[in-house]
Design a protein around this ligand. Sequence first.
Ligand code: A3P
Length: 331
Amino acid sequence: NNDTNISHNDAAISLDFPKGGGRPGLGHDVQYQYQGFWCFAAGIEDIKDFQHNFKALDTDIVIASVPKSGTTWLKALTFAIVNRSRYPCSSVSKNYLHHPLLTVSPHDLVPFIEFKHLTPEYSSPVDSPCKLIATHIPYPSLPESIKTSTINCKIIYMCRNPLDNFISLWVFMNKLRAMPANTENNPSLPIEEAFEFFCDGVSEFGPFWDHVLGYWKESLDNPHKVLFMKYEDLKKDPKTHLKRLAEFMGCSFTLEEESQGVIEDITNLCSFEHLKNLDLNKDGTWRKGIENKVYYRKGAVGDWKNYLTPQMVKRLDCLMEEKFQGSGLVF
Ligand code: A3P
């Protein structure tokens, strides 16, 4: 584990843990606390760079989320929506086979800013009418230029119920732990241990509740700037929520598009079953040997029922009730 890259004199990084300021957590890397959230060392370096150097443009759209809440899906949807004139999404359109989502991972089309060390050439290979970028950084730690531009440079936040989020994260992290580069120091994490980390808030970019509440509050205070989406809502009623997304991004669907079935075409193009079964996502590899398929598991609501004991559910429910009390946010 590479916990020596962090400067121990950096006051922003927790020094509570003697071994270089880091501690084990739900992630596959040593976790550091930076500005109140937990992250791996290389991520923190990229985040600092982003915080100091990023200058938001009016046309930028930031896709924000806590890991495993449906980021890949939201990236695909926003990309398909803003680029729909250039890249038609209907499978009967003659240009359909040129659609970038058929051959390029949503993570390359809408790159994560904090994984610059994994994706040095992190600008999207496709020129969009607006720049889509993604981040897991909590709201208070976003670069000032994103936060202070009052209307333009919009943020779309995706959140998911904590029970499913936890299961998705635990399975994902164990897949990363099983990668050849990581296995030596990272045996698979039993669910009980992972659950303790999650409830302690030591999950990637967590605590989960702080992350969600940061964006939730901002979406209430400034609804033109931050759109708050829920994975479960999108699953239940994609049409309504795709319309919300398009309107928010300033490219509403026309009546003609609606009658032509453009919303359904985008829903189908970006559906879990469709993306999961593309060759790109079955056999392709993203950065540092991470296989694309790890981003597509079950894509279901309520999978936690297959893993969590009643005691775990009760504990997490109580914890979330306590943390979200008075916020108006319910899962
Ligand atoms: P599960 O592990 O519950 O299946 P993220 O993209 O933030 O890493 O989140 C990954 C979760 O979103 C995984 O959940 C994954 O299967 C699900 N997912 C990926 N693509 C999806 C899609 N197109 N539609 C719905 N869910 C999707």
